[in-house]
Write a protein that binds this ligand. Structure first.
Ligand code: SAM
Length: 462
């Protein structure tokens, strides 16, 4: 317990990582609702390009199948603000000029959080698709409410990293499991500590929602305990995976995501377009082996694990899927747009001075970069990027940011993680060079995004 300051108290005992991870995530989603995007953005929460790519691929594959069913059920699991659904349906309607596919779609948005679903059904962009969508409360790990063999397509983005995950460590041929224990400073909590502990342990969302945000202040203590995995689900696949690895690199075992593969396999109809899931994690066994690569992340208290895609592939095979197709998500979007892509953030990271900049200088550079694409980048949607200055930013920079924010094109780049094409970057090159960007470094950004932990597109075919 050396790392935990004395004023912090435990919220419970040491438990296997998946137990505490799913516990805090249920509180995170159950109390924040659409406020989750104040803590993180995804490639679909504001940007439309990944969703459009999925819709175009779906349309092509659906047409090629010559599917005759009257209703085509598309399930999305873990839906966030509903923008993936709305962009997907917008694009599908657009490309389906002969009305062959879109009018038969029933897009079902599935999430375990009532708060999330409340916001989703009021998402203004979804309203143009009345009759084509429904939202239901269901846990992605046990979708018992759907008829087996009835679904045409399943999609999820950034849900696997939230689902139950264990972490294993190898040491001289022995296997150890990671255990976690949460600690919090009672001064963060304005009610009696014992009462709070009982609300926290029972996941009393209604009462916890009334408290100031506390999940982000939790400190986690870790230890490793010797384990025999022979009675774990998919022990055979896990063991053969471990046999390919070296010691001392924690390995995520995404057991909740395994469940979704089994569920998807059961739900997909005889004629189907498979299960497509996108997330961040390790694409190959070499990436899993890479020393020092991260294996978990915390966003405002949400506890996520990197997805171990090579292990997912083996489990998919064991479950019965015929094949898995996986690639970097950037390459998937590139193949639909017929032009290489990187995110605005990746462009910013290629700036030669960015690593030396103060946070507020980086914010100004981000806004200048977004402005450099005014008139070049044309979004089909009207957006307002809310880019508030960080607390502590000097007045001069706050003023500069306000002035730059006002200049942003309402039909410009929707988000700081939005995809930009190489063609758009080339068109903005003169303005970008004036901001200090260098051509060779921008070019390298189209290769450097491929890291041991990257965004990955995977499709499981039945
Ligand atoms: C990281 S957010 C991603 C949201 C959205 N797909 C996106 O990419 O913007 C994860 C979503 O999965 C939902 N979720 C997490 N665990 C779930 C579970 N066990 N069953 C159903 N939904 C879950 C959360 O409520 C949230 O909407």
């Amino acid at each position: 317990m050396a790392g935990i300051p004395q004023n912090l108290l435990p919220l419970g005992d040491f438990l296997p990582s998946d137990k505490w991870q799913t516990h805090v995530n249920a509180i995170f989603y159950g109390t924040l609702g659409s406020g989750i995007h104040d803590h993180f953005q995804t490639y679909v929460s504001r940007d439309y390009r990944l969703a459009y790519s999925l819709a175009e691929e779906f349309y092509r594959q659906a047409i090629a199948k010559e599917e005759k069913s009257k209703t085509l059920f598309v399930l999305e699991w873990g839906v966030g603000n509903g923008n993936l659904a709305s962009s997907f349906l917008d694009r599908l309607k657009e490309v389906d000029e002969e009305n062959i596919i879109y009018p038969r779609i029933k897009y079902v948005l599935c999430d375990f959080s009532p708060e999330i679903l409340k916001a989703v059904i009021n998402n203004p962009r979804l309203q143009t698709h009345q009759g084509r969508f429904a939202a239901i409360r269901v846990d992605a790990e046990s979708m018992k409410c759907f008829k087996p063999s009835s679904v045409f397509k399943i999609i999820s983005n950034e849900i696997w990293d939230d689902l139950a995950c264990k972490a294993l460590l190898l040491d001289e041929g022995l296997i150890y499991e990671e255990y976690l224990q949460p600690f919090l400073d009672p001064a963060q909590i304005p009610i009696d500590w014992e009462e709070f502990l009982s609300l926290f342990n029972q996941k009393n969302l209604d009462r916890l929602r009334e408290l100031p945000l506390f999940l982000g202040a939790i400190q986690w203590e870790r230890n490793y305990q010797r384990i025999d995995i022979s009675d774990w689900p998919h022990a055979k696949e896990i063991q053969s995976h471990l046999d390919q690895l070296t010691d001392e690199n924690p390995i995520p075992i995404n057991i909740g995501a395994f469940e979704t593969l089994q569920t998807a396999f059961n739900l997909l109809a005889e004629s189907n377009l498979g299960y497509t899931s996108m997330d961040y994690g390790m694409l190959s066994v070499e990436d899993v082996r890479e020393m020092g690569r991260p294996y978990f992340n915390l966003y405002g208290g949400q506890y996520t694990f990197m997805v171990n895609f090579p292990l997912m592939e083996s489990v998919g095979k064991a479950v019965g899927f015929n094949g898995t197709f996986k690639q970097y998500q950037h390459y998937f979007v590139e193949s639909q747009l017929k032009n290489p892509v990187i995110s605005v953030l990746e462009l910013l990271q290629s700036h030669p001075k960015v690593a030396m900049m103060e946070p507020w200088e980086r914010d100004v550079l981000m806004l200048q970069t977004l402005n450099a694409f005014n008139g070049i980048y044309k979004s089909p949607y009207k957006n307002e990027i809310n880019y508030p200055p960080m607390p502590g930013s000097p007045k001069k920079f706050v003023k500069k940011m306000e002035a730059l924010s006002e200049k942003l094109d309402p039909y410009g780049i929707p988000d700081t993680v939005a995809y930009l094409t190489q063609a758009e970057i080339v068109s903005a090159e003169k303005k970008l060079r004036k901001l200090g960007y260098k051509e060779n470094r921008m070019r390298s950004a189209f290769i450097n995004f491929a890291q041991p932990v990257s965004f990955v597109y995977s499709r499981f075919e039945k």
